[in-house]
Design a protein around this ligand. Structure first.
Ligand SMILES: [Cu+2]
Length: 189
């Protein structure tokens, strides 16, 4: 369409007539709309800056928290099964746990040996071991033990690899009618 100066003049005149014909309400609505749009734009800009700031802070805080969470569980280690058997006391008895072959590795057939000594043990039921991780539910993994003569009990089990990569595992030994004790140790992946 050709835009001649005459057409532009006519359009401008029509616009002026329309402007005066229509009441000032339409005009104010338009101006108000514009004003609100500008206000919203400013608000959105502020929100974006605010969220960027919050997320940056959250990210910066989350990274050291993850690292320290790993360290926190490592600090709970109370037994070096790679080096040899560990002993803990449980209501007047001593409970010794030995895991072979050493060093203790995940996804390997492991032999668990529990030896009890000390105060006279009244329990005739064999102890058992529940394998898990401190602060994480790894599903049930129980090692049933059988008498190996004297006060020793033996059983076979496997420690899995934690998907998180954490290597701190926990063996909870239950002696029926006596109690439980936790051995927390490192596992090689
Ligand atoms: Cu885990």
């Amino acid at each position: 369409m050709k835009i001649s100066p005459g057409r532009v003049r006519r359009a401008a005149r029509d616009l002026v007539i329309l402007y005066f014909k229509n009441d000032l309400l339409a005009c104010s609505q338009f101006l108000l709309g514009e004003h609100l749009r500008k206000a919203m734009a400013v608000k959105m800009k502020f929100l974006i800056i605010k969220f960027t700031f919050v997320f940056s802070i959250a990210f910066l805080l989350a990274v050291p928290v993850c690292v320290s969470a790993g360290d926190r569980y490592q600090e709970m280690i109370n037994c070096d099964l790679h080096a040899g058997p560990c002993t803990q006391s449980l209501s007047g008895n001593t409970v010794t746990l030995e895991v072979t072959p050493r060093p203790v590795k995940a996804l390997k057939d492991l032999s668990f040996k529990v030896t009890l000594s000390g105060k006279q043990l009244t329990s005739t039921k064999a102890p058992y071991i529940d394998l898990g991780m401190p602060g994480m539910n790894m599903g049930p993994n129980r090692v049933q033990l059988k008498s190996a003569g004297g006060n020793s009990y033996e059983g076979q089990g496997v420690i899995v690899k934690c998907p998180s990569g954490r290597r701190t595992w926990q063996a909870t030994i239950t002696i029926p009618d006596v109690g439980q004790t936790d051995f927390i140790f490192d596992v090689i992946y």
